[in-house]
Design a protein around this ligand. Structure first.
Ligand code: DGL
Length: 267
């Protein structure tokens, strides 16, 4: 039996980065109705303060869940999750999956015991990240880099502007040029925008560097939490919801369609 009234999975990010997580969820749960919400009114989150994000994200997710009645909320944003996950869980009475940096798999896989963590400025300074390092990579040198520029390049790529590899190379030197940086063998893509630039980051990285992200793990967790739900038989059109209506959103329409998000709406 299928159910055409199944509640959607709500996937949330500040911008387009969460599409990298949506793609993994779509691959595992092809018939699940998906709502993708981007807080373009407040994007980018990386340069914001903890207090701003801790207040904004639960309030916004409250409005979104009231309107769309999701069965589960996926915070597809490391910045929002490392700062506001506990606030969101306290505020909403439904399962919340938070995307946090994939330091555990990187720590397990690293042979050189030098790991890079590439996120937003806000994410890389979070105590949440310190705790992940202490638990899963305590014997590793963990080099961190926060880059708003890389977020901007990923946003531009989805608006049809091909990234300039020289720009990405310069940004990545911020990791490789740190003491011990040449020994990095695992880089945690600790911002959901960065898997959208995986090929470009790999191209400017030394051979032998592996790029690790949380997307597949988030999809598995989402599938586990929704295992009792009977999804509709046919693939439903996904919807993209933005917090601010402007002409810029139209530039994203082709990329959104590529991710199965054929309807655009505003909160
Ligand atoms: N995609 C977001 C993350 O995973 C943040 C990008 C931003 O808004 O700065 O951290």
């Amino acid at each position: 039996m299928t159910d055409s009234t199944a509640r959607p999975i709500l996937i949330f990010d500040s911008g387009v980065g969460g599409l990298s997580v949506l793609a993994e969820i779509r691959a595992l749960l092809p018939h699940a109705p998906l709502i993708y919400a981007a807080d373009n009114a407040w994007h980018p989150y990386g340069p914001r303060t903890e207090a701003e994000i801790a207040a904004r994200v639960p309030a916004l997710l409250g409005r979104l869940t009231e309107r769309f009645r999701p069965c589960v909320v996926v915070i597809a944003c490391n910045t929002a999750a490392t700062i506001a996950l506990s606030h969101v869980r306290a505020a909403l009475d439904l399962p919340i999956v938070g995307t946090v940096p994939a330091i555990k798999p990187a720590g397990l896989a690293s042979k050189s015991r030098v790991i890079g963590v590439l996120g937003t400025q806000a994410t890389v300074r979070q105590p949440y990240v310190d705790r992940l390092v202490a638990e899963f990579a305590s014997d590793c040198t963990v080099l961190r880099l926060g880059s708003a520029e890389l977020v901007r390049i990923a946003e531009e790529k989805l608006r049809g502007h091909a990234p300039d590899l020289n720009d990405i190379k310069k940004i990545m030197e911020g990791l490789y040029d740190q003491p011990e940086g040449q020994s990095i063998d695992q880089i945690v893509l600790a911002c959901t925008h960065f898997p959208l630039l995986r090929d470009e980051i790999a191209t400017v990285s030394p051979p032998g560097v592996t790029l690790v992200d949380s997307g597949a793990g988030i999809a598995r967790r989402t599938a586990f939490l929704t295992q009792d739900i009977v999804w509709p038989g046919a693939r439903s059109a996904g919807r993209a919801i933005f917090t601010l209506s402007n002409d810029d959103v139209e530039l994203l329409a082709p990329a959104l369609t590529g991710y199965g998000l054929t309807e655009i709406d505003y909160l």
